[in-house]
Design a protein around this ligand. Structure first.
Ligand code: FES
Length: 158
């Protein structure tokens, strides 16, 4: 029963997005971007609704969704942690930051915590080498990161 209620709530959000774009097929990418923003990923149930309403084959929607790196087909956490693994950060201890995060969050690189709070990923140089090693949480750059500072750095994200 609780699942059905959650699904109704979810679908009401996609209805709003479809209405905003007038259910136009050519707005597919914008519609998927809004869905990604709303749900933090592209839920399969929602993609089925989009396919039916726009009259587009579901396979085409998946093709678009997998082509763009910004779309995710699996649930993601409310906050994304990106550990920079570029050369400068790597040399200054990024692997230890990643290991520390994996231990602290109990997830592997690419994983999402059970409470959906964080998704942990790695990236190449984020352009802040002077601050290396760097981890980026959402839009916040945390420079000179240390394994012992991980817990306090993440405390501010609920
Ligand atoms: S290598 Fe990490 S910011 Fe450049």
């Amino acid at each position: 029963m609780q699942g059905a209620a959650a699904l109704d709530w979810d679908l009401s959000r996609v209805e709003g997005i479809l209405a905003h774009y007038g259910e136009r097929r050519e707005a597919l990418i914008s519609i998927l971007q809004d869905i990604q923003d709303q749900y933090n990923y592209l839920p399969p149930e929602v993609l089925q609704v989009v396919a039916a309403r726009l009259g587009i084959p579901l396979s085409r929607i998946y093709k678009v969704a997998t082509f763009y790196k910004s779309f995710s087909l699996v649930p993601r956490g409310r906050h994304e942690i990106k550990v920079c693994m570029g050369t400068s950060c790597h040399l200054r201890g990024a692997p230890r930051i990643l290991e520390g995060l994996e231990r602290h969050l109990c997830v592997k690189n690419g994983g999402t915590t059970e409470d959906m709070r964080f998704t942990l990923t790695t990236v190449n140089c984020v352009g802040a080498c002077a601050l290396s090693p760097v981890m980026v949480v959402d839009e916040d750059y945390h420079g000179s990161a240390t394994p012992s500072g991980i817990a306090s750095a993440l405390n501010q994200y609920d």
